[in-house]
Design a binder for this molecule. Structure first.
Ligand SMILES: *Cc1c(COP(=O)(O)O)cnc(C)c1O
Length: 339
């Protein structure tokens, strides 16, 4: 039994999802004529009270397009130092948009309204223009931490007062909403644009959707095309994403709970120095005196796949393929390593 907790992106389409994909109505989406893509885009836009949506191959693309539409070269974006847009998108902000990045030293990936306020640059010829704030919810490298809406509202206020736009990298947003009980409509009110990944815990094989005003999405479509993301009969993929939204949101609570249980177990093990607070489906812990790569290799020999996340840090991400049986096995192996 292989237990792969390297990421929630490893989830594969189920039989039911594949059936929906097989039967999907399709057309040419570059002409805007794929009914399954159009349905997914408007379904998500409606959920968040946004005017329009754009289906893209990845969350990197939705984030990169958002940065591109919201900024001009020589502007800068403000984000936490662990943000996906800064760490894991190949410096695309510089390459695609010609913007700088103004990093904030946040708390497990979360930044505050005060920090944003302080980081806004004055207007001088020799400084980039602060233009865009990117929040990540939940935080990835930050270990699954999340914002509550009142914290976001304060940041939005700072943005409004200073002519900044606010983008949400909501790759794992639904893992947050099953915890807070907040509504998608309320989230939508606070952002100029939102990126949602369907290919993580929601279980679709491919796809992210960018949401925003109609004019924003009209521009975004052009950038999706130039980045090579204009797909043809992509309704086969969009149908899987719609299925994921209809069936796999509520069950994310199970993933979050499994992560919390795993975190609690790790806290009591002698080889663990500390466990970051577990808020959603990501568990990051620090080893006492062995290197993360060695520990991860040891687990791999037992068919358990985790990510080495820094010299002494290891990450597990729970997801819908992590069964009760696997949980029992994983806990057993971790206790054995402890002895
Ligand atoms: C996974 C992820 C993305 C998008 O990743 P892709 O692999 O390009 O789909 C964006 N932001 C965060 C926080 C993520 O975890």
């Amino acid at each position: 039994m292989k237990i792969n907790l390297i990421s929630d992106t490893v989830t594969k389409p189920t039989k039911e999802m594949k059936k929906v994909m097989l039967e999907a109505l399709v057309g040419d989406d570059v002409f805007g004529e794929d009914p399954s893509v159009n349905h997914l885009q408007s379904k998500l836009a409606d959920m968040f009270g946004m005017e329009a949506g754009l289906f893209c191959p990845s969350g990197t693309m939705t984030n990169q397009i958002a940065i591109k539409v919201h900024t001009q070269p020589l502007d800068e974006l403000i984000c936490d130092k662990t943000s996906h847009v800064y760490q894991y998108e190949t410096a695309g902000y510089a390459y695609n948009s010609g913007v700088g990045v103004n990093l904030i030293d946040g708390d497990y990936g979360k930044i505050t309204a005060e920090q944003v306020q302080k980081s806004i640059k004055q207007v001088y010829d020799w400084l980039p223009i602060s233009k865009l704030v990117v929040l990540e919810n939940s935080t990835n490298k930050g270990g699954g931490n999340y914002y509550e809406l009142d914290e976001i509202a304060k940041i939005k206020q700072v943005c409004d007062d200073n002519n900044l736009v606010l983008h949400l990298d909501g790759a794992r947003l639904f893992n947050v909403l099953v915890e807070t009980g907040e509504s998608t409509i309320d989230v939508g009110r606070h952002f100029d644009s939102i990126s949602i990944c369907l290919s993580k815990g929601l279980g679709a094989p491919v796809g992210s959707v960018l949401l925003g005003k109609s004019e924003f999405i009209r521009k975004a479509r052009r950038f999706r095309k130039v980045m090579g993301g204009g797909m043809r009969q992509s309704g086969i993929l969009a149908a899987a994403c719609t299925y994921a939204l209809d069936n796999n949101i509520d069950r994310l609570k199970i993933d979050n709970n499994n992560a919390k249980e795993l975190g609690a177990l790790l806290s009591g093990l002698s080889f663990v120095k500390s466990v970051n607070p577990v808020k959603t489906n990501i568990v990051i812990f620090t080893l006492k005196d062995q290197k993360a790569v060695d520990f991860v290799a040891k687990l791999a020999m037992k068919d358990i796949i985790a990510a080495a996340f820094g010299e002494y840090q290891v990450r597990f991400v729970t997801h819908l393929e992590f069964t009760e049986e696997m949980k029992i096995r994983l806990f057993e192996v971790l206790r054995l390593i402890n002895d």
